[in-house]
Design a binder for this molecule. Structure first.
Ligand code: SF4
Length: 475
């Protein structure tokens, strides 16, 4: 929970029937990845693309009559939380432009680190832009590359990838085709699937979007891979990948839905194991384990399992309130926490409580939760956190860009404990986290907890040799 903001979710569907409703349902299953805006572009048989997008949840942007306006058997969709660019409707995606060789539309999850430099360079050459978003830069560049390559989309995408540095999982309409593209580090997730009854193929940020459409998971898009998706199959081309992938570890800890499988790992299973690691690393004499719903639930179940303490849903969530971060401004955030969580007094009263959550970003939310538990009569409150302290910014698709937003950037654990007012506080170790996720450390981005990034970022350290040794992988 805390103040981590999601990035975005993307989807592409090529089907033998109209795709607008499939895109709508797929986007709804990815809603947890972004609640600020939603958009769909469909490509009709005559080559005309139509985009509808707006601010708000998928349901708000797409009442049934809007979905009905979108014609075509090919399409892409997007849900957004702004990570780069302002929160305005112009920045909603997909971005689409018309080129000599047909429409180019992009839906993007990630952060293109060199977008500001590309933008300035292109402006100096006379290009003009409507938004300040990295996705518009990529869309216009791709349209230009398409022309430069005589309409050859694969080559155009390769050329585009050669110019981009950063994290990107794209779904694209290029001319008459759909593509799914993942950056050479595979930072953000992207997988492909087959629709039921030989109905077509699709790609999406998470496997839950495949599940909701009854599609069969085929595989993840490999780092650096370009996949052309048609209603009859898919064709992949590999561009040079990084020597080691850098899958964002936060997908497993928080962002992805628990029932998603990402790069071969079920998020729920990773979370449960992180909770178990936390119980072994930071045991405490207590009576009950209470999850912060929903973000701490799977970790708390692992903590309870490994510690032998009973798991109790001692904090009730108002399920009609969206995540705390959707309202800007500190006052709204605090009010949102109160509206969102209610301690179940009879369960808490007189108990020594271990409360488990995924992360602490600023510390305001956790301080409030500790306060709520104490007000409900908890004898002790012990906080356990399923990620290492977030000490450094994320430049690769999550919106904590500054160290001053991060309590752990300039406070030690004991200082943070005092700030949140708990009896004890412990975070999972980096080693414990890596082992629980079950992937070599060298295949993960851990930038925000180590200060070493997979991609060169001005003023920051690049992931070094010493992080490339593998931790033993648990089975
Ligand atoms: S810096 Fe952190 S949040 Fe950002 S991509 Fe890397 S692991 Fe994920």
């Amino acid at each position: 929970m805390g103040m981590l903001r999601d990035h975005c979710g993307v989807i592409a569907v090529a089907a033998k029937e109209e795709v607008a409703s499939s895109l709508f349902f797929g986007l709804k299953s990815l809603q947890h990845r972004g609640q600020e805006s939603a958009g769909i572009t469909t490509l009709a048989a005559d080559g005309q693309a139509r985009t509808i997008k707006g601010m708000g949840l998928v349901d708000n942007v797409f009442p049934p009559e809007k979905v009905a306006e979108l014609r075509g058997q090919y399409g892409i969709g997007h849900v957004r939380y702004s990570t780069a660019g302002r929160s305005v409707v112009e920045n909603a995606q997909p971005h689409s432009v018309q080129s000599q060789f047909g429409w180019v539309a992009l839906a993007h999850n990630g952060d293109i680190v060199n977008a500001p430099a590309l933008l300035e360079g292109l402006k100096a050459k006379g290009w003009a832009f409507i938004t300040d978003s990295d996705t518009e830069v990529a869309t216009r560049l791709l349209a230009k590359k398409l022309t430069d390559n005589g309409g050859n989309a694969m080559r155009a995408i390769r050329d585009l990838m050669g110019e981009l540095s950063g994290s990107y999982s794209f779904t694209m309409v290029v001319g008459s085709d759909l593509y799914a593209v993942r950056d050479p580090f595979g930072i953000r997730p992207l997988c492909i699937g087959k629709l039921p009854n030989d109905g077509g193929y699709m790609a999406a940020s998470e496997s839950v979007a495949l599940d909701v459409l009854g599609a069969e998971y085929i595989r993840d898009v490999a780092p650096g891979e370009i996949v052309r998706i048609t209603r009859d199959g898919y064709e992949a081309q590999q561009t040079p990948a990084a020597p080691h992938p850098a899958h964002c570890f936060f997908e497993y800890v928080y962002f992805a839905r628990s029932d998603s499988v990402i790069d071969g790992q079920l998020a729920h299973e990773a979370r449960r194991k992180i909770g178990m690691a936390l119980a072994k690393e930071a045991p405490v004499e207590a009576d009950i384990v209470v999850p912060v719903p929903d973000s701490g639930r799977a970790h708390a179940s692992g903590y309870a399992e490994a510690s032998g303490l009973p798991l109790r849903e001692g904090l009730m969530k108002n399920r009609y309130v969206h995540r705390t971060f959707i309202m800007p401004g500190q006052d709204n955030r605090e009010r949102n926490v109160r509206l969102k969580l209610n301690p179940v007094k009879p369960m808490i009263q007189g108990k020594r409580v271990v409360v488990v959550d995924d992360s602490i970003v600023r510390s305001t939310t956790m301080r409030r939760i500790v306060e709520l538990l104490r007000q409900a009569g908890a004898a002790q409150v012990h906080v356990r956190i399923a990620s290492p302290p977030i000490t450094d910014p994320c430049y690769l698709g999550v919106d904590f860009h500054h160290r001053d937003q991060l309590v752990a950037a300039n406070h030690k654990v004991e200082e943070i404990r005092k700030l949140i007012g708990s009896d004890s506080l412990a975070y999972v170790s980096i080693g414990g986290l890596v082992q629980a996720i079950g992937m070599p450390k060298s295949s993960m981005c851990l930038g925000c907890v180590t200060g070493e990034y997979p991609i060169a970022i001005e003023g920051e350290r690049v992931r070094g040799q010493h992080v490339l040794e593998d931790f033993p992988v648990s089975t």
